[in-house]
Design a binder for this molecule. Sequence first.
Ligand code: HEC
Ligand code: HEC
Length: 471
Amino acid sequence: MTKSIFVSLFALASVTGLQQAAADDGRTSLFLVDRAGVIGTTTTSPAFDFRGPFFQSLGTNGRSCASCHRAAQGWGISAEEVAARFAATRGLDPIFRANDGSNCDHNIEPSTVEGRRRAYSLLTGRGLIRVTVAAPANAEFNVISVLNPYGCGDTSTLSLYRRPLPSTNLRFLSTVMWDGRESSTQTGTQKIAFPTNPGDLLADLAHQSVDATNGHAQASTPPTPQQQQAIVDFEMALATAQAIDSQAGKLDDDGATGGPAALGTHTAAAFFVGINDPLGGNPHGTTFTPVIFSLFDAWLSGRSHGDDGRAARRASMARGQALFNSKPIDITGVAGLNDDLNADHIPGTCGTCHDSPNVGNHSVSAPLNIGVGDVDSPLDVRYLPVMTLQNKTTLQIKTTTDPGRALITGLWKDVGRLKGPILRGLASRAPYFHNGSAPSLADAVDFYDARFHIGFTPQEKRDLVAFLNAL
Ligand code: HEC
Ligand code: HEC
């Protein structure tokens, strides 16, 4: 049944433009305009508490979690919005802090607008935050050089340029952070696994809230256990997805099941770690299905009320969904798959890696290197530093723009491996990939086409992009 969206203006300084509405299922929803239409978030809490610790400055530099995790950008940030924030505040909003917001923390001129514009160019241009990670002392490799165009070329503590991951849809996580560092014994956190979930996840998120407050917000005292709990409760209650497409209309209309409501209820209730693992990791032994998304099945026929533009757009999304679920991809050279399975070619689809039903992340922790951070990526990564690593035993050399999981485990085979993120709410938070190297979803699709020689037709690309925009 379609329910009408009643939005009332909810004015609050730190969350300008937020709209909050009580839906007829008793849940509260937020609807905000994005590039493709409207992004929606539901909460299982009675209301959104915009005054809780997630929105408070808990450190010393004025930042809150919401400086980098914003409802209108699917609880991440978009480069476009950050650039607008720079313009509106002349680069003085608390996101513009040199500890990790600037390209480097030294040799910058933060006292003038021009100086700030230069210092924060990766944040305003690509939505990137500088994450610093030291290689473990017992690593299988040495970092032998770092060529960083912005300075910050230290080889013991590396500067990595990464996109904030959305602080929503967290129920579906099989690892926390791009490199899984908040779900790793090496950092005193827990691996997320079927028997211990969701307790492992909740503990990891509490730990993450402390690290984020100490790091991003430069706190002198960590958040209290009560504050940690309130932050985790707030985040865990959220479900976010594109709710309306400006051409296709409501994404849960006419039998379709897009939008945040179905995600937060049915999909969340059905989820468990390993729910659809291609390598046989389902704890109940259920076999893998490549049919990951079923949101727009009802629109495949192309039949719809009203004007033709809407019907055409809906049919395009449904075709895009079918491509995601079935277009053959010859997976080669992916660290974490081809090497671990000792197979040069693995016949797959998008869902071989994005396997969680109607969510699209990996349903078990499986860090992979698909080549996004490789120096020879089909996308332009020349704005990133180049790091050269050498294996201590074999003396083999690897160059990369981000060693990824290897900086946590110290393992040579983990160089460049990162998690596949949740594929919901994409339209609200460009650019894409951990390093922001795909400015648009069309660029992300072009990356796959070039990297895996898929051979998408122009029409197939348009359909796939229409589908990704509707997630
Ligand atoms: C300065 C920007 C910034 C601030 C402030 C910030 N974060 Fe983040 N957040 C990031 C970045 C960047 C990442 C990804 C880093 C990585 O994986 O290496 C991230 C990742 C996360 C993740 C992981 C999601 C996933 O899919 O694994 C969660 C949860 C999160 N942040 C919550 C918070 C909370 C809670 C706060 C406040 C206590 C906070 N963040 C403050 C930038 C920020
Ligand atoms: C071999 C595994 C694999 C396959 C196949 C694969 N992906 Fe990915 N995908 C990943 C990984 C890993 C990432 C994260 C990469 C990174 O940022 O370094 C990712 C990231 C993405 C992102 C960016 C999400 C974000 O929040 O930035 C999109 C969009 C995406 N994939 C769509 C697709 C589509 C569409 C297909 C099929 C054409 C596909 N993927 C096939 C593993 C895969």
